[in-house]
Design a protein around this ligand. Structure first.
Ligand code: PGA
Length: 250
């Protein structure tokens, strides 16, 4: 049985007070569904989120980190810093990091390696742009993104990896991949994992879908056999919406 996961990526939203309120609203309504629930507030509010969620089955995770341990990297945050405030999981490779901050597959390979070296769990994001899909290159693009950062890992790294397929054209656009498109890609990813590693690994990795998941479409997307949950952006900023997405696993 793969772990079912609903993770909220808050991006650059919510100040200190907003973080506190959103978390307390979430905790007050948190359903027990067996799904692992995660939230990723901004760096400045991560420690207070960890403290507020103490004893609550919701994990605070980071949206990014640097690949070096420390040094002259102005504005950056290391794995050790995250670990020191109780963060065990980091989102890497989000399409906004790739597009606006020029994160490449090569850079992400280093970030993943550092997170794993520190025994952290990685939510690794990837996905094609609209031009790729229109050109029929979406499988090729996804395979390239995965193989560079992940296909050279040792097999035992895979229990620390969560995959998040996020077609760029579906992020924040209101346009969702159809459940069939999500299933098709997730199935393809498992095939590639089975070929590169083993069917045991392919069958055990949780693969989340992300891109305009909302209360109205979560159940149908999550019902697909190779979709193990979602990485939620906009709808994670409203406790009721996020909770009803978690309830899709009821
Ligand atoms: P969205 O974002 O749900 O607002 O489309 C998803 C994401 O970027 O992870």
């Amino acid at each position: 049985m793969r772990t079912k996961i609903v993770a909220g990526n808050w991006k650059m939203n919510m100040d200190k007070a907003g973080t506190k309120t959103l978390l307390s609203d979430l905790v007050a309504q948190l359903p027990q569904t067996g799904a692992l629930v995660m939230v990723a507030p901004t760096f400045v509010n991560l420690e207070s989120a960890v403290n507020q969620l103490n004893g609550i089955p919701v994990e605070a995770v980071a949206q990014n980190m640097h690949f070096e341990d420390s040094g002259a990297y102005t504005g950056e945050i290391s794995a050790e810093m995250l670990l020191s405030i109780g963060i065990q999981t980091v989102i890497l490779g989000h399409s906004e990091r790739r597009a606006y901050f020029h994160e490449t597959d090569e850079l992400l390979e280093k970030k993943v390696a550092k997170a794993l070296e520190k025994d952290m769990r990685v939510i690794f994001c990837f996905g094609e742009e609209l031009v790729d899909r229109k050109a029929g290159k979406h499988f090729e693009v996804v395979e390239r993104q995965l193989s560079k950062a992940l296909f050279n890992l040792p097999e035992n790294a895979w229990n620390h990896i969560i995959l998040a397929y996020e077609p760029v054209w579906a992020i924040g656009t209101g346009e969702t991949a159809s459940p069939e498109q999500a299933q098709e890609m997730h199935g393809f990813i498992r095939e590639r994992l089975a070929a590169a590693f083993s069917s045991t690994i392919a069958d055990s990795v949780s693969i989340l879908y992300g891109g305009s998941v909302k209360p109205g479409n979560a159940k149908e997307i999550f019902s697909k056999p190779d979709v193990d949950g979602g990485l939620i952006g906009g709808a994670a900023l409203k406790a009721e919406d996020f909770v009803s997405i978690i309830r899709a696993f009821d």
